[in-house]
Write a protein that binds this ligand. Structure first.
Ligand code: GLV
Ligand code: MN
Ligand code: MN
Ligand code: MN
Length: 400
């Protein structure tokens, strides 16, 4: 199964993955899923927001759901997302091998645009379903070439006018579990192949625009410039210091320079701040500090500055009883006692669903500790342990 999906969207020159909502690779990955799920006798449906649901049993109330996403960040790794989808199908195989006959429906899900790699808002498919973003705003989101979500979705054969909150779909779910590669080294350090999630840090994305005046790089005296690159650079350094000061995370990893010529002072620098912290107050303090530093630097350089929030996910604490239960189930196969229960700074569809459905996550050890990069990794034997743990958990949940 993994071998069929692995080449889809991978840079043929040895880089990472480029699967982004509704692009060719994403469409191929979704087709792969539909075929793999159908071959297992699952009934594959696409919901109004373009998320895929493969049902074992008749869709309806009391359902157990598990899954993840198939899209990647630009130049992403192989496991973030696909492990939770392939793992869910493999867990279905395992349950069938055990002779499990679910007395309630099980859904394997693939959520659209989890990374926000193309349209900027992460977990867009699950956010739409949860009613946490308006259909109007989602339809109008644009990619780097100016294509809207609505046009891209339509070109992929889906009706963008149908998108929006789907409370009925969520009301049918009794529980959602996402299997995911760990995006740090805690499991490697504690020598556990599988761990359980405790919480997701509050996190968000902010767009920052620094608007100056384009001019000649050789003839414009330094004192006469209104160069947006300078306050932008100050802001990147300020974000770093603020994150260190608050024991938080702040990253500026995406920037667009206009007109992007070597010998023209830029007229505009647009950049995105990704900020995350252990609690909402700390996150607010970091973002307020960045906003203030950016404003100050912009004024000092005669540049206009604007900063707007594009997405925000508050602190997620996974259902306590559920995660205890997962930890107990995982402990039955763990190589040593004390299954790690870990908070993460990474966002997930599970974090969006958690406000509506009892939700939990399992992590599979990542020996490199690296994620959102081609170096992301999980050993085959650990993936196998993750699948068995997921199957145990689903079996336990389906029996209730
Ligand atoms: C998504 O994986 C994120 O945390 O950015
Ligand atoms: Mn990710
Ligand atoms: Mn992910
Ligand atoms: Mn994610």
């Amino acid at each position: 199964m993994w071998a069929d999906l692995a080449p889809v969207g991978r840079d043929p020159d040895g880089g990472g993955y480029h699967r982004h909502a509704w692009n060719g690779a994403d469409t191929d990955a979704r087709a792969w899923f539909t075929e793999a799920a159908t071959a297992r006798g699952l009934d594959v449906r696409t919901d109004r927001n373009g998320n895929l649901w493969a049902w074992w049993g008749t869709p309806g109330p009391g359902a157990v759901a598990t899954g993840s996403h198939l899209d990647s960040v630009p130049d992403g790794g192989a496991f973030d997302g696909p492990l939770g989808v392939v793992g869910a199908l493999a867990a279905v195989d395992e349950l069938r091998r055990r002779g499990t006959v679910p007395d309630r429906p099980l859904a394997v899900t693939v959520f659209a645009e989890e990374e926000g790699g193309r349209f900027g808002v992460p977990c867009l498919g699950s956010r739409l379903t949860a009613g946490e973003i308006s259909p109007e705003r989602a339809r109008g989101l644009t990619d780097a070439s100016g294509t809207t979500w609505a046009r891209a979705m339509e070109a992929a054969g889906h009706d963008p006018h149908a998108i929006g909150a789907d409370p009925g779909a969520l009301a049918d779910l009794d529980v959602f579990v996402e299997l995911h590669v760990e995006q740090g080294r805690a499991l490697e350090d504690t020598r556990h192949p599988v761990g359980v999630a405790s919480a997701i840090w509050p996190h968000g994305r902010w767009r920052m625009d620094f608007a100056g005046r384009a001019d000649h790089a050789g003839t414009t005296r330094m004192a006469d410039r209104s160069d947006p690159m300078l306050p932008f650079a100050h802001t990147v350094l300020a974000a770093r210091s603020l994150a260190e000061e608050h024991d938080a995370r702040a990253t500026v990893a995406k920037a667009l320079v206009t007109p992007n010529g070597t010998n023209a002072i830029p007229s505009l620098v647009s950049a995105w701040l990704d900020a995350r912290a252990a609690d909402g107050a700390t996150l607010d303090a970091v973002v307020a500090g960045v906003r203030e530093a950016a404003g100050r630097a912009a004024r000092a350089h005669g540049v206009d500055h604007a900063m707007a929030n594009e997405s925000l996910t508050p602190l997620v604490s996974f259902a306590h009883g559920l995660r205890e239960r997962l930890a107990e189930v995982v402990a039955t196969r763990a190589p040593e006692p004390g299954v790690p229960v870990l908070p993460t700074g990474a966002g997930h569809d599970a974090g969006v669903l958690a406000a509506h459905v009892p939700t939990a996550m399992l992590y599979v050890r990542n020996p490199t500790g690296v994620s959102h990069s081609p170096e992301e990794w999980a050993r085959p034997e650990d993936c196998h342990d993750g699948v068995l743990a997921l199957a145990d958990v689903l079996q336990d949940l389906l029996a209730r």
